[in-house]
Design a protein around this ligand. Structure first.
Ligand SMILES: [Fe+2]
Length: 266
C-alpha cells in the first residue's frame, strides 16, 4: 500500500474529489483556491479525477499542473491497469453498469501512457495533521477502494472501517473519504467520517451546484461551487456522452438510482 504522510499542515485547507472529467468544474475549483489564497499543497483530492464527463485527459493534465496531493480513485486504478470497466462493482446489466460502459470507453480513448504512469504513482492513503488532529484520506473505504459509505450506513460500519484504516496507517481522529459523490459528516465518539461530495457532478438532490470542503481551525464546511455548467454539458454532447449524466449537471438528479440505498432515491 502506498501511503503518503504530509506531516503537519498549517492554514486553511480545501478537501475535494469526484472531478469526473468535468473540466469547467475543476477550473472553477482551482480559481476558488486561488481566490482564498490557499496553495495547492493545502488542497487534498480524494480521487476519481476521471469519470462521467467529457474531458478526462484535460482534467488529468490540469491536476498534474495544479500538483496538489491526490489519492487514487477506483477510476485511476482501473485506467492505469488497462482494465475494461470503472471498478465500481456494479451488477452486470444494471443501469449504472450500462451507463459506465459509455463514459469509461470515452475516457480510455483519451488517456495516454503519461497519464497512466501518473495515475499508477498516486498514493492509496494520505495522512496529515491539522490543528492537532490527525486525518486519514481514503477513496471509498479502508476495506475496499470501491466500497460506498453512504450517508445512511450504520455507525458500526463506519467504526469498523476506521479501525481497519488505523491498522493500516495508525490512529486518526478524522477520515476524509470520497467515491459516493454525496457529502456526509458523521461524528461517533471522538472520531469523524467526512465526505465532501464531488465537484464534478451534483449529489442527486435536485441542485445543480456541486461542492467541496473548506477546513479551517474550527470546523469543516461544505461550500457550493458555481461553474460554467453549459460548457460541460456542451462538451459531453459533442463527445456523444448523452446517456443521461449530461442532464444531471443541470437537473441535479442522477440518471440511475439503482446503485443508491433506497433511502437516498429521489
Ligand atoms: Fe470512485
Amino acid at each position: 500500500m502506498n501511503i503518503c504522510d504530509l506531516g503537519k499542515i498549517q492554514g486553511d485547507m480545501l478537501l475535494f474529489g469526484g472531478i469526473y472529467s468535468n473540466l469547467a468544474a475543476l477550473n472553477a475549483f482551482i480559481m476558488a483556491a486561488q481566490e482564498y489564497s490557499i496553495p495547492p499543497e493545502n488542497c487534498i483530492c480524494t480521487g476519481d479525477i476521471v469519470a462521467f464527463c467529457a474531458d478526462a485527459a484535460a482534467c488529468v493534465d490540469k491536476m498534474c499542473d495544479f500538483a496538489c496531493p491526490v489519492i487514487a480513485g477506483n477510476c485511476e486504478v482501473q485506467l492505469a491497469n488497462d482494465a475494461q470497466d470503472c471498478g465500481c462493482g456494479y451488477s452486470e446489466g444494471s443501469e449504472c453498469s450500462i451507463l459506465s460502459d459509455g463514459w469509461y470507453s470515452h475516457a480510455i480513448r483519451q488517456i495516454n501512457d503519461t497519464h497512466k504512469q501518473w495515475m499508477s504513482n498516486l498514493p492509496d492513503r494520505i495522512t496529515f495533521v491539522h490543528n492537532a488532529k490527525r486525518y486519514g484520506v481514503v477513496h471509498g473505504a479502508a476495506s475496499d477502494i470501491s466500497r460506498f459509505i453512504w450517508p445512511v450506513v450504520t455507525d458500526e460500519v463506519i467504526l469498523s472501517e476506521i479501525a481497519l484504516l488505523e491498522a493500516q496507517i495508525g490512529k486518526v481522529d478524522v477520515v476524509i473519504a470520497g467515491h459516493t459523490g454525496i457529502p456526509m459528516s458523521r461524528n461517533i465518539g471522538t472520531k469523524s467520517w467526512i465526505n465532501t461530495g464531488a465537484i464534478g457532478m451534483p449529489s442527486n438532490n435536485g441542485r445543480s451546484l456541486t461542492g467541496y470542503g473548506y477546513l479551517n481551525e474550527n470546523s469543516i464546511k461544505i461550500i457550493d461551487l458555481p461553474y460554467d455548467i453549459n460548457a460541460s454539458v456542451q462538451a459531453m454532447e459533442q463527445a456523444g456522452l448523452t446517456q443521461g449524466y449530461e442532464k444531471t449537471l443541470s437537473t441535479g438528479y442522477w440518471p440511475s438510482q439503482d446503485n443508491l440505498p433506497v433511502e437516498l432515491h429521489r
